[in-house]
Design a protein around this ligand. Structure first.
Ligand code: MN3
Length: 237
């Protein structure tokens, strides 16, 4: 009889742990601060740096509406629920990412926190009338690190194309050198001690409405018409 009760209780715990709200209720039952108290969810969806139709015709308002308004918002909402359960409310986004990185029991928290960070960075990595060529110290560093800007573009496209499944292509500063890295799912250069300069989201939700299966066309358009080199340069400081 006791054994049956035990199994049922474990099953119930597994089921309820799928819901962030019930995790929050658990914490409350253990005498922790209610989510409605001083530790109320702190993260909000950052404003886009341009209007939702500002990247047309290269990325449609429909894509921005779903990608920013639905996907990015969902990561923020999930993060707020999971931060309560992990007792990490009141901490910075970066702190939560660094503390949860590589911990199997905090994968959900890491994934949602990193995706909030990655998407906020991605929107800044683009601008209306973007593309073209970087200038100044960033241009010099790209030449030193990759040989030429054309060689950089080829390598960046290759990384974006060969990221199997969902993930990201990045230009990062790693020590004194610039590097192109690709990350899977929510993984982020921030968790690897690298400074992100430019990000391209290659999850299908980033391009499927406008480009269907043609990721290569999306990445080419990102480099030729959307990349915000002023933002990338500002991240080198
Ligand atoms: Mn995305």
């Amino acid at each position: 009889m006791n054994l049956t009760f035990g199994k049922g209780w474990v099953a119930m715990l597994v089921l309820v742990s799928l819901s962030g709200t019930v995790i929050a209720a658990n914490a409350q039952a253990q005498g922790k601060t209610s989510s409605a108290g001083e530790n109320a969810p702190a993260f909000i969806l950052p404003a886009l740096p341009y209007a939702q139709d500002a990247l047309e015709p290269h990325l449609s308002a429909r894509t921005l509406s779903v990608h920013y308004g639905k996907h990015h918002q969902a990561y923020v909402d999930n993060l707020n629920k999971l931060a309560v359960g992990a007792k990490m409310t009141g901490q910075s986004l970066e702190s939560i990412i660094l503390q949860s990185a590589g911990k199997a029991d905090q994968a959900g928290l890491f994934n949602n926190a990193a995706q909030v960070w990655n998407h906020t960075f991605f929107w800044k990595s683009m601008k209306p009338g973007g593309g073209g060529v970087p200038t100044g110290r960033l241009a010099e560093q790209i030449n030193v690190s990759f040989g030429s800007f054309d060689a950089f573009k080829t390598a960046f496209s290759e990384a974006a194309m060969t990221q199997f499944g969902s993930g990201w292509a990045w230009l990062v500063k790693d020590g004194d050198m610039l590097k192109i890295v690709k990350t899977s799912n929510a993984d982020t250069p921030l968790a690897h001690g690298q400074t992100a300069l430019l990000a391209c989201d290659v999850w299908e939700h980033a391009y499927y409405i406008d480009y269907q299966n043609r990721r290569k066309d999306f990445v080419q358009t990102f480099l030729d018409h959307l990349a915000n080199w002023d933002f990338a340069a500002s991240q080198m400081e």
